[in-house]
Design a protein around this ligand. Structure first.
Ligand code: ADP
Ligand code: MG
Length: 759
């Protein structure tokens, strides 16, 4: 079967294949089981731990979980025993420490519960098979760490890495082969010296740090008397990740080497109709996709992942799924689990999920909007503007801290979302620009402007907004109702990379493929540092006074509003005018990845991160190398994939078509004469484009050679890739896409956009 007929077979299969049907849980009498009843039934939760442990042991476990003290051996053994019985009763045969190396995905190595026990009797050694799982196996494992990226942090002779159970994230079971299960133990991954080798360790450090900084600020403004217990003893980072993705037919996918190897199409033209009619967003979800979404949701509900919304996105074949927000590190685990489950289920449905940020040129790319906020241990959202005046000062202080954080460390936030794949999305077709700015919405903006200018708030013809006097030492309490208005009226500026959306911030520049962990870690770190600056200003303002007055708080708010003005932008983030305006404002516009990675070595950022204890200098340098190395490798793989496709598929297709045309020309011109031979025109049109493609392949080869000439220097490799591979691939694509248009469909060897983006 030629590839071309494989294309036709795939399309036929896609059309004729029935939609897969699974059954949702039913009771014995055939009535459905409600979602809430089976939600989390694959999770070994706190109630189960409580059941397994004597009361004092459970209390010490909780203390350990919150304060991260060491677990004692007896408690660990008791939990290990209980979880093994629970998991084996459900069909588990293996367990695995599940962790997040710096590859953007998760890693696991399975161990059977099966063990061999030797007893020595007079008759000699007797070996019996037993099922066992000890506390020390639960707490810690030592996978061979030498093949995970470490950025030179480990030399091969001390390649040891340890995975350690993160008790804040519950264990769960996932299905393995033939109806068996595997017990998953969410873990951190650290080196022999305790350096973070993963994404989770630093995230946990950052959530603890922001909690401390936030509590400090709260105790200052809540006027806690010296020696008294502060009202808030812990602040949680909350995170809700809106996951965008494409779903395409798997057999068509398998005919595209570029999709298979790089996750995106390296060549291809848009069909005449794609997203320009705006008819896909929130449209009816195709039945095969709905079946996939629903099957994945069933598994995710069982895994305790609170998936909430599902809908079509803007581009054809693009969809979105969002959970109910959770505490950040759990939300990250759940996002990674969601991506995994969706991929698995899509496979069963003969579909393929594309998480790449820009799988198709010319239509929208995919992002992972990270909805982020801070919540106290009383469950109060600190970014929720309320009607109570006292909490409005709190709201405004936290708000200005976020402004301050993004202003100081926007460039580092840009680093945290930089990858070879997200580079195609940022600044392209309906995606956030690479300049970090904050959108607050008209009303909140006006609140800040009025405070800054000590003037009444302008009425936006909204009856609830009252004109109030600000300034002096007395604050009119009527200001209290204003931020709540701001919440209700938050207008949506989809062009902003970082937007206030009512009671949370939405970091929209995060890529769909990446783990949300690193961006959230950097955001937490930057806000944590900014909160400390705000606290310092409050302390200065307080001087020798016992408490801060409302006017004192307002003075600090005003100071930070003034300092952070240039980071606020309400206009069109997609426009060229904004690029110029941002330059005038002195905001960094970091266009390329290597430039973004350099930020990890800029003293203003590194000293912030190391002072807070979120990264060590070694960890930062290693991450810098890992990011550069990954980027260079990604581009090299793309270039090689493209070269192979062009030289082995696209160019031969053009040759074949040209051969057919040439024969026709020969035959027909001998009968009718050249002037009466349109085939000749078609042939002539193909000649320069075919030559262009051939030349472009040579260009690609040269770029790749430049890369291969570099040895052991990831930073130079990344720069070279950015400088030479990207333009060589761009030229090759131009020629290939032109050739696609001229080549008869019969000869075109791979599925086109019009087939991939159509159900
Ligand atoms: P939209 O598309 O309008 O932005 P979605 O419902 O798709 O809204 O997603 C909003 C996300 O924000 C959800 O995951 C939601 O749980 C999350 N979210 C809501 N409140 C908070 C909060 N306080 N902290 C973090 N995330 C939140
Ligand atoms: Mg959404």
């Amino acid at each position: 079967m030629s590839l071309n007929s494989a294309r036709v077979e795939s399309l036929k299969d896609n059309i004729n294949r029935p939609t897969r049907v699974i059954s949702y849980p039913k009771k014995a009498d055939g009535k459905p089981v409600y979602t809430s009843e089976f939600f989390g039934d694959h999770v070994f939760n706190l109630q189960q731990i409580a059941k397994a442990l004597p009361k004092p042991a459970y209390a010490s476990f909780l203390k350990q979980m919150r304060g991260r003290q060491a677990l004692d051996r007896a408690t660990a053994d008791a939990i290990a025993h209980a979880v093994r019985i629970w998991a084996m009763d459900r069909g588990a045969t293996h367990f695995t420490h599940w962790f997040q190396p710096q590859t953007g995905t998760t890693a696991e190595k399975h161990d059977a519960f099966l063990s061999l026990k030797s007893t020595f009797t007079a008759a000699g050694e007797e070996v019996t098979a037993i099922d066992a799982f000890s506390g020390s196996q639960l707490l810690q494992a030592e996978p061979d760490a030498s093949s995970f990226p470490s950025g030179g942090m480990r030399t091969t002779f001390e390649a040891r890495g340890y995975t350690v159970w993160d008790t804040t994230s519950p264990m769960f079971i996932q299905d393995g082969p033939h109806g068996t299960y595997v017990l998953y133990i969410p873990s951190v991954f650290i080196s022999y010296n305790g350096d973070a080798l993963d994404e989770k360790t630093v995230l946990l450090r950052s959530t603890e740090q922001i909690s401390k900084s936030c509590c400090e600020l709260l105790s200052l403004i809540e006027s806690v008397p010296v020696g008294a217990q502060p009202r808030t003893s812990h602040v949680f980072t909350t995170l809700g990740t809106e996951q965008e993705y494409f779903l395409i037919d798997r057999s068509l996918y398998s005919l595209r080497p570029d999709l298979k190897t790089t996750g995106r199409t390296l060549i291809g033209n848009l069909p005449p109709k794609h997203q320009q009619l705006d008819d896909h967003y929130f449209g009816r979800v195709p039945s095969k996709v709905m079946a996939t979404m629903s099957e994945a949701e069933l598994e995710l509900f069982r895994l305790g992942v609170p998936v909430k919304t599902r809908h079509n996105e803007v581009a054809p074949q693009q969809f979105e799924l969002a959970p109910i927000f959770e505490e950040a590190s759990l939300a990250v685990d759940h996002n990674l689990l969601t991506m995994d489950v969706l991929s698995k289920v899509a496979h069963k449905n003969k579909l393929k999920v594309l998480y790449h940020e820009k799988p198709f040129k010319g239509v929208n790319g995919s992002g992972k909007h990270c909805n982020w906020s801070l919540s106290t241990d009383h469950g109060e959202n600190l970014l929720d503007p309320t009607v109570k005046p006292e909490t409005n000062y709190r709201f405004l202080l936290i708000l200005v801290a976020v402004l301050h954080a993004v202003q100081q460390h926007g460039a580092l936030l840009r680093t945290s979302i930089s990858s070879a794949s997200n580079e195609h999305r940022l600044g392209a077709c309906e995606a956030p620009p690479s300049i970090l700015s904050i959108f607050l919405g008209q009303h909140l903006n006006e609140v800040l402007d009025s405070i800054e200018e000590s003037r009444p708030i302008r009425n936006f013809s909204v009856p609830e907004i009252q004109t109030v006097k600000l300034g002096g030492t007395v604050l009119d309490v009527k200001v209290a109702s204003l931020p709540s208005i701001a919440r209700d009226l938050t207008d949506r500026n989809r062009t902003s990379p970082f937007a206030f959306t009512g009671n949370k911030f939405e970091f929209r520049a995060v890529g769909s493929k990446q783990s949300p962990s690193f961006p959230v870690t950097i955001l937490n770190a930057a806000v944590s540092s900014a909160l400390q600056d705000v606290s310092a200003a409050l302390r200065d303002q307080m001087g020798d006074k016992p408490f801060l007055s409302d006017a004192d708080k307002l003075a600090v708010i005003k100071k930070f509003i003034g300092m952070t003005k240039n980071i606020r932008f309400e206009g069109d983030g997609y426009s060229d005018a904004w690029v110029e305006e941002a330059e005038r404002r002195g905001l960094p516009n970091i266009r390329s990845c290597p430039e973004a990675f350099e930020q990890l070595l800029v003293p203003a950022h590194t000293s912030m991160l190391t002072k807070l204890g979120i990264f060590s200098n070694t960890e930062l340098t290693s991450r810098y190398f890992i990011m550069n190395e990954r980027y260079a490798k990604d581009l090299l793989v793309e270039a090689n994939t493209m070269r192979a496709m062009l030289a082995q598929q696209i160019l031969p297709a053009a040759f074949e078509y040209r051969g057919v045309l040439a024969k026709s020309v020969q035959l027909l011109s001998s009968i009718e004469g050249e002037a009466q031979c349109p085939e000749l025109e078609a042939l002539k049109a193909l000649t320069p484009v075919t030559k262009d493609l051939q030349a472009a392949i040579v260009g690609l080869d040269k770029a790749v050679e430049k890369m291969l000439a570099i040895h052991d220097d990831a930073v130079v490799e990344a720069k070279t890739a950015s400088e030479f591979i990207i333009p060589a691939m761009r030229d090759a694509r131009t020629a290939a896409d032109h050739l696609e248009i001229l080549t008869a469909d019969k000869f075109y060897p791979i599925p086109r956009y019009s087939e991939l983006l159509w159900f």
